[in-house]
Write a protein that binds this ligand. Sequence first.
Ligand code: ARG
Length: 507
Amino acid sequence: MRGLRRRRRSYEKLQKNQHRQRNGTLSAMSNSNLTAKPWEHAKTSGSEADPLAIRFVESLSYDRRLYRHDIRGSIAHARMLKQVGLIAKADLNAIEHGLAEIMGEIDQQGDAWTGWKIELEDVHMCLEAALIAKIGDPGRKLHTGRSRNDQVALDLKLWIADAAEQLRGKFKALFLALIALAKRDGNIVMPSYTHLQRAQPIVAGAEIMAWLTAFDRARHRLDALLHINRNNPLGSGAIAGSALPLDRDVTAFTLDLGEPSPSSIDATASRDVAIDLAYALSMTAMWLSRWAEQWIIYLSSEFGFLTIGEAYTTGSSMMPQKRNPDMLELIRGRCGNAYGHLVGLLTMCKGITIGYNRDLQEDKRQLFAAYDMVCDSLDMAARIVATAKFQEDRIASTLDRGHLDATALAEYLVTRGVPFRTAHQIVGKLVRQAGDKPLSSLDLQAFQTACQEAGQPAACDQTVYDWLSASNVVRRYQSRGNAGVTGFQEQLAAWEQRFAAAPQARP
Ligand code: ARG
């Protein structure tokens, strides 16, 4: 009985502690008065803030990573205010110095910066409050003609431009690793698969070129989305613009955003740029996942086509012999998270009226999570590729299975004047005849009889053997972009040229 009471008491203590810890995180971020929001003058005085409401509404915990972009936008805004005569030169100087100091402080102190106060809700209010605390009245002029609604729309655009630049670097690292692998192992002859059934022979490099082509398309979506969304939301205010003589062309120019956005309502209401990036990230994640799945199959002992560095495999806690491709599985698995964030963003936008709604604050939570995840997956993919080795002997030992040269045999017959459909029929028959053995094991008599029976008596002679076997076939492909020797070499040369021409340039 006493034991039971003791257990209940210690449980209650635990609960109380957990509660304290949770609220402690709140107050650790803040050392000022929880009831005061400096911009909420319309509130009945004396009304108490609910700590849960403060935690519920805040975005500071995730939007503080925008601080550099917010400061950049504020400086551009202040310079414009000075240019149109809304603030004095001395105000601008104080604002610029104050913001530069704040940026330096945050660069150094990060999350420990004392200006982060959760009751101020977000990065914008924290920076403004810190500026006012530092420089006084000039700081109070910074928000002239501006709302957090156009401010956050701008910050997001600036952040996305930087994120795209980071992603370009990560794509480039992956491209270079794939190119290096293709240069070393690319001429290895291997089967290709449709329906995961053996199809036609290819060289390994051609498959690597396929991944490169797909990843490159994913990368180009970054350029496309920056192009479509390139305009400046700043100066749109809360929804309707401003009665003050703001010059939005000036801020657009300073921030390298082309033009002012055409509609103040749309500029503050839309999050298309975030959704576009989430889509670009999802497509990247999808291709990474598909590549990961292919390599997981190649790494299985049933295939054994490939090895990767041990650092990118893990053991089993029970089965001592195991090396599992967990990193590739996680690249595949995390793709679903990217889709989730994309759908989250789309759903967030579908039911809100035109104009800012607080729902939109969630955009950053979704986008940052998708971005961080895809960055990690791209980095991991590049490292895995750098350690990969195609297993030539193992692959070669399987090449005689599955009649990979059957299509080439039909094309040989076409070169001898046989209509393709008839050739297809002849080869089908020969495949059945060969059974488990390769087509090249049939004697000439067998080929000639099959042709004769199809009404093509002169279609086949000794030269047929030059068209059989995987290594002959990969040398015969001649259509542009083919997956054999010539197609691979042409594609590889184009990739190498792209980087040789401007090694420092964007991929
Ligand atoms: N933290 C907000 C967000 O990320 C900033 C805009 C708030 N605007 C407002 N009117 N409450 O969306």
